[in-house]
Unconditional design. Structure first.
Length: 212
């Protein structure tokens, strides 16, 4: 009996030892797991949690001791461009040149009358020059010196307008028509430009736009 009992207890003891070993292994496993968890708990974070973000750094654009200046404030501080100097006014245009009182136009005369003496027509004229404009825009022809005589050809080319003819454009007239008008309208002093031939006789005569 004792020998059988020992044989029966042998397997039982082995099973108990195996069970105890399993329990011990399980306890060690739990302890190891708890240790990991304890370390994680000691760290204050759960496993897998991301570390806290580092504090944001101050913006490099911030001005020392205050907020960064706005774009409008920065632009308002830009120096304004230097104003350009005003343009100098142009000098006034020169007025009409007034000729000397002794100046004489070489080919213009004021015609006053005529004479048939010597068998040929001669115009009685005064030389002169155009003076400075007067009130109303009229430019007078200023005569100089005494009356002189200049013969005129009977076939001279003559152009005349008002008051000899109607209108302001020269129209051809004959020497006889001119002398007839001068006979009835003496000393009007109408201004004509003229040219003479080799004999010194007027062969071209044209009334000017203005008269004294």
């Amino acid at each position: 009996m004792s020998g059988r009992g020992s044989a029966v207890q042998g397997p039982r003891r082995m099973r108990r030892q195996a069970a105890a070993a399993l329990v011990l292994c399980g306890a060690m496993t739990l302890t190891a797991c708890n240790g990991d968890g304890g370390d994680a708990g000691a760290a204050g974070t759960s496993p897998g949690a991301s570390p806290a973000s580092p504090p944001a750094t101050a913006s490099s654009s911030a001005a020392p001791g205050g907020a960064a200046p706005s774009a409008s404030a920065a632009s308002s501080k830009k120096p304004s461009p230097t104003a350009s100097a005003p343009a100098k006014p142009k000098p006034p245009a020169p007025g009409p040149a007034c000729a000397s009182k002794d100046a004489v136009s070489p080919n213009e005369v004021a015609v006053h009358r005529y004479t048939p003496e010597g068998g040929a027509y001669s115009l009685i004229v005064k030389h002169g020059h155009w003076g400075c404009p007067v009130a109303g825009g009229t430019t007078p022809f200023v005569t100089v010196g005494e009356e002189t005589y200049i013969p005129i050809a009977e076939d001279a080319k003559i152009g005349a307008h008002a008051p000899i003819l109607s209108g302001s454009t020269n129209k051809p007239i004959t020497t006889h028509e001119l002398t007839s008008w001068l006979e009835t309208h003496p000393n009007k002093g109408l201004v004509f430009h003229y040219s003479v031939n080799k004999a010194g006789v007027i062969d071209t005569l044209g009334q000017e736009e203005y008269s004294s």
